[in-house]
Design a protein around this ligand. Structure first.
Ligand SMILES: *[C@@H]1O[C@H](CO)[C@@H](O)[C@H](O)[C@H]1NC(C)=O
Ligand SMILES: *[C@@H]1O[C@H](CO)[C@@H](O)[C@H](O)[C@H]1NC(C)=O
Ligand SMILES: *[C@@H]1O[C@H](CO)[C@@H](O)[C@H](O)[C@H]1NC(C)=O
Ligand SMILES: *[C@@H]1O[C@H](CO)[C@@H](O)[C@H](O)[C@H]1NC(C)=O
Ligand SMILES: *[C@@H]1O[C@H](CO)[C@@H](O)[C@H](O)[C@H]1NC(C)=O
Ligand SMILES: *[C@@H]1O[C@H](CO)[C@@H](O)[C@H](O)[C@H]1NC(C)=O
Ligand SMILES: *[C@@H]1O[C@H](CO)[C@@H](O)[C@H](O)[C@H]1NC(C)=O
Ligand SMILES: *[C@@H]1O[C@H](CO)[C@@H](O)[C@H](O)[C@H]1NC(C)=O
Length: 903
């Protein structure tokens, strides 16, 4: 049973469709459909385009060599923003958009240097989200720091496309090898260089040998590895692609398993080539023979244009059930008035077995524009469902208004079954339009989501959740990269407990200083408008009559806060005036306050769109401000199944379980509570209260900033990395986002599957020597992956890394009888005295841990942690206690070129 499960887990993680709707594909060894998008805030600069072209052209040759003539870049689209001047050579984008781009060129709002990086937070082999280059990186000459830009691009492409990780580790730059030598964390070990401390003070610099830290036995904190400029080794690109000899990835033969880097941790000690060669790209590309150089890439320049959206809404008979028509109209009204960006062109189609164009495209500039559309929302529902007629009419509404379907978007909402849906798949494919689908209720056509998958659109599902449609529409916001245009949902309260006569609900809404323009408070009800009281942070009051009724009687009232909403805590109270109980909801949406300060945003998704039981899914939520991760937020996911059953769970950014990296602003958790098949929806609430949130200025998965080189025995340093703050404090905020929908199949009825999932793997085991005791710390896994409490731990140790890693069960068992597992996510501490080994200078210990759950299912073996005993000799101690040698050396350090004085 257990091995089968592992196979299943592996398959599920690597073979099923991925969520990010990148349009890149491999065709006869060439990548096509690559999109590089420039952010609207980047000033117009022709040189950027030139630099991108040169980078990709160079990268293509390097990629071809690195993949052993399998892959190169055939064509790439460069998407310039609307803010740039029009040119005849600019084409109109089809489905290419900023938010789906593979590469983004933008300036971060806070400077953290120009390190190129990839937003990649999945498991080993999972695709990343995008590569980020700054304009400065593309324009400046920083060759000696990152290496040629084409090589940097290939390093990042490997992160993005094949889900491999860096082979250096700035947190753990050194380790003790099995041969008892201190080594820089790297791949391969064939890369030569020196470990030195280079310090500059008041204009004078000096270089000296690294000393060992008596606590860790490793090199001191300031020690850095400086590579020789000239090398003979050809790998690896995930370590130092800037070295001219490096043209390969580490393979099974050259891979350094001992290095404590993310590649080993996340990919279970496998080499980067091992992972890359198993990727889908490789499976579809055999080596090209008889050619050394790939054909040159071709480039298309595209310029973004204002959004063209057509709502295609279902008014079939079944929409009469469960207030569906009303809920749809509420959500559509909210979309038109509060979400869609100004200057967008919007049309409306309603359909049942037949379709009607209610509004041709109208440019949304002021209130009268959207009210012309909302007036045509359907009052009545009847008839059958023909989704294809609806879509066809949507296309007509767009083309009649002199717009091309190519590059347009359709928001399709339906609750009905329709077996004919595939009859328009071809038409949809060729239209160039993106279709976002919203399935309402349990009977919506099974193939509906194919329309989203095919076109790169979003997919949503709403059923019992009365605000599910509002959440879905709120999420279909700007795709242009202009964050000041994007609508944000900051609050949602829906009291599902019905409120009987006279009772009231009240709550507070936090408006932080990054938001406040276009702020709307929306109240919905099911029987009668409640009495509404709202107070802003300055004490200004708004009452029921300020909340404008909707003329369609869709049980919906809205208040637009004039100007910019006050920063601080808003308080509302809703009092039920109705004789019977009813459901009341409050939703608040807003936009950025300042065009230059990006607002905090949250986005969420599942690891895949379809789950085949028993493979676990992972919930991902990303909280960020601009490009920077937001840490310390309270992030809660709510997953609702078709029967309305909800699973609520807190998501963690603790580097344990499903969370690949701690403190990267990505909050995750496994989802295993399968109770039934069919569609599920994901909603995520993010809150920062009591000043717990921090902004991190650190990016992961980047190209290494090379400190310097050794050239013919001399150290030549690069300019020092700009000192940056690591974290900044943040004010409190709240956000809400829909994470779309996913579909489950094969689940056992009633959720009866307690014994299928083992505890999750421990990924953050650390061991430290304290006197003659080994002190272990790690984050507790659960009984079922990262939930609950494991039954027991098995800890084994060895003096040899390989023994433990390859044959865990054949190593010394540590007595853990006193160790009772804590609840998942807790910090575990355990200390023991190794009995069997003699503690001498340079003695090494390797430790691994395994958790067992109450069904006796074992987790995978943890990362292997290392501790080194170091006994400083008398001379070591005197060196540490004196600065004489250091002072005498400072005389040398007036330039950045040093004699290489170390042996
Ligand atoms: C990419 O190149 C191929 C072959 O040259 C061509 O058929 C295809 O249309 C191109 N695609 C784009 C998006 O330019
Ligand atoms: C890259 O070079 C430019 C100018 O040549 C310089 O302003 C910038 O600071 C450099 N970037 C880094 C990361 O050193
Ligand atoms: C569909 O609507 C069109 C015009 O609105 C009408 O001519 C046609 O008869 C309708 N078809 C059906 C099947 O109701
Ligand atoms: C708004 O609607 C409520 C009931 O739905 C009604 O009592 C109230 O008079 C209406 N207000 C206005 C200004 O139309
Ligand atoms: C928000 O509104 C203020 C005042 O109307 C305006 O100055 C500012 O530019 C607006 N912010 C954005 C992001 O549009
Ligand atoms: C996080 O937020 C949820 C509600 O969104 C709340 O129930 C929970 O207590 C909060 N947790 C912490 C640690 O503040
Ligand atoms: C366990 O280790 C011993 C000695 O290290 C070795 O002889 C034996 O073959 C190993 N057993 C297994 C099952 O690998
Ligand atoms: C322990 O070993 C290190 C080198 O591996 C050496 O520098 C140190 O002097 C040794 N300590 C003693 C007490 O011999």
């Amino acid at each position: 049973m257990v091995p089968d499960l592992k196979v299943l887990l592996f398959l599920s993680l690597h073979l099923l469709q991925e969520v990010k709707s990148s349009m890149v594909y491999v065709n006869n060894n060439g990548y096509e459909g690559v999109v590089i998008a420039i952010n609207p805030s980047v000033p117009e600069d022709e040189r950027l385009i030139q630099s991108i072209k040169e980078m990709v052209t160079q990268a293509s040759t390097y990629l071809f060599e690195a993949t052993k003539t399998r892959l190169y870049f055939r064509n790439v689209s460069i998407l310039v923003p609307m803010t740039w001047k029009s040119k005849s050579e600019y084409l109109t984008p089809k489905r290419e958009s900023y938010d789906k781009a593979d590469v983004i060129v933008a300036d971060p709002h806070l400077k953290y240097g120009d390190d190129p990086y990839t937003l990649q937070y999945g498991q080993c082999g999972d695709r990343g989200q995008y590569i980020h280059f700054t304009p400065n990186f593309l324009l400046a000459d920083n060759l000696s720091i990152y290496g040629p830009r084409g090589r940097v691009f290939v390093h990042e492409w490997a992160h993005l496309r094949w889900g491999v990780f860096d082979e250096y580790n700035t947190d753990r730059p050194f380790y003790m090898s099995g041969k008892k030598t201190l080594e820089a964390t790297r791949c391969s070990t064939g890369i030569t260089g020196a470990n030195v401390v280079h310090v500059c003070q008041r204009g004078s610099c000096m270089t000296r040998k690294c000393r060992r830290d008596s606590k860790t036995g490793l090199y001191e904190h300031k020690c850095t590895f400086i590579p020789d400029k000239s090398q003979t080794t050809s790998n690896s690109i995930m370590f130092m692609q800037n070295l001219s000899s490096v043209v390969e990835f580490c393979t099974e033969n050259t891979h350094n398993r001992e290095a404590p880097n993310l590649q080993n941790e996340v990919c279970n000690y496998k080499s980067t080539w091992d992972i890359i060669s198993k990727s889908a790209d490789f499976r579809s590309a055999s080596p090209m023979t008889g050619t050394k150089e790939p054909p040159k890439p071709t480039f298309s320049l595209l310029k973004s244009k204002p959004r063209v959206v057509c709502l295609v809404l279902d008014k079939s008979g079944s929409m009469n059930q469960e207030d569906r028509l009303i809920r749809m109209n509420q959500a559509a009204e909210l979309y038109l008035t509060q979400v869609v960006e100004k200057k967008s062109m919007v049309g409306l189609v309603t359909f049942n077995h037949n379709a009607t164009i209610q509004n041709y495209l109208t440019k949304i500039t002021d209130n009268s524009d959207y009210s012309r559309i909302t007036a045509n929302l359907p009052h009545e529902a009847s008839g059958g469902t023909s989704i294809c007629r609806g879509i066809t009419a949507g296309f007509q509404a767009i083309t009649f208004s002199d717009q091309s379907t190519s590059g347009s978007e359709i928001i399709l909402l339906t609750d009905g079954e329709d077996s004919q849906i595939s009859s328009c798949f071809e038409k949809v494919k060729h239209s160039g339009a993106t279709i976002h689908t919203i399935a309402l209720g349990p009977d919506a056509a099974q193939e509906l989501e194919k329309l989203s998958t095919m076109t790169g659109g979003l997919r949503f599902y709403a059923n019992k959740d009365m605000t599910g449609l509002i959440d879905a529409f709120s999420r279909i916001s700007s795709t242009s990269g202009d964050l000041s245009q994007q609508a944000l949902q900051v609050w949602l309260e829906s009291k599902t407990l019905n409120i009987s006569r006279g009772e009231q609900i009240s709550g507070t809404v936090l408006v932080d200083s990054t938001i406040g323009n276009d702020t709307f408070f929306v109240v919905t009800w099911t029987a009668q408008k409640p009495e509404i009281n709202l107070q802003d942070p300055k004490g200004r009051k708004y009452t029921t009559s300020d909340f404008k009724n909707n003329t369609l009687n869709i049980r919906y009232a809205r208040l637009q806060i004039p100007g910019t909403a006050e920063t601080g805590t808003w308080t509302y109270t809703l009092s039920n005036k109705n004789g019977n109980s009813q459901l009341l909801t409050v939703t608040v949406t807003t936009r950025a306050r300042s065009p230059t300060m990006p607002p905090v945003i949250a986005t969420a998704h599942m690891s895949r769109n379809t789950a085949q039981y028993p493979s676990p899914m992972i919930v991902y939520a990303r909280v960020s401000q601009g490009f920077l991760p937001v840490l310390g937020a309270n992030v809660t996911a709510v997953i609702e199944a078709e029967d309305g059953h909800r699973v609520t769970m807190e998501l963690w950014d603790n580097g344990a379980g499903a969370d690949t990296v701690k403190n990267d602003g990505i909050y995750t958790r496994y989802f295993t509570d399968y109770r039934e098949n069919g569609r599920h929806s994901l909603k995520v609430y993010v809150q920062a209260r009591r000043n717990t949130a921090r902004l991190s200025l650190r990016q992961r998965n980047k190209s290494l900033y090379i400190p310097g080189y050794i050239v013919s025995g001399k150290i030549i340093m690069n300019p020092p990395r700009p000192e940056i703050q690591v974290e900044a404090t943040m004010e409190d905020f709240s956000r809400l986002t829909s994470g779309g929908s996913f579909t489950v199949s094969g689940a056992p009825p009633g959720g009866n599957h307690a014994h299928v999932f083992p505890p999750s793997k421990v990924t953050d085991l650390e061991v430290e020597l304290k006197e003659d005791h080994l002190h272990l710390t790690w984050t507790a896994p659960g009984n079922v992956l990262d939930k609950g409490r494991a039954h027991k731990y098995i800890i084994r140790m060895s003096q040899h890394f390989r023994d433990l890693q390859e044959d865990f069960n054949n190593n010394t068992l540590v007595n853990t009888s006193g160790l009772i597992p804590k609840e998942a996510g807790s910090k575990e501490n355990f200390e023991f005295k190794p009995q069997t080994l003699k503690l001498e200078n340079n003695t090494m210990f390797y430790v691994g841990i395994q958790a067992i759950n109450d069904a006796n299912l074992p987790s995978e073996i943890s990362n292997i942690a290392q501790a080194v005993k170091f006994i400083p000799s008398k001379t070591d101690i005197s060196a540490l206690g004196s600065n004489i040698s250091a002072i005498s050396l400072t005389i040398w350090g007036l330039t950045v070129i040093f004699n290489y004085i170390l042996n």
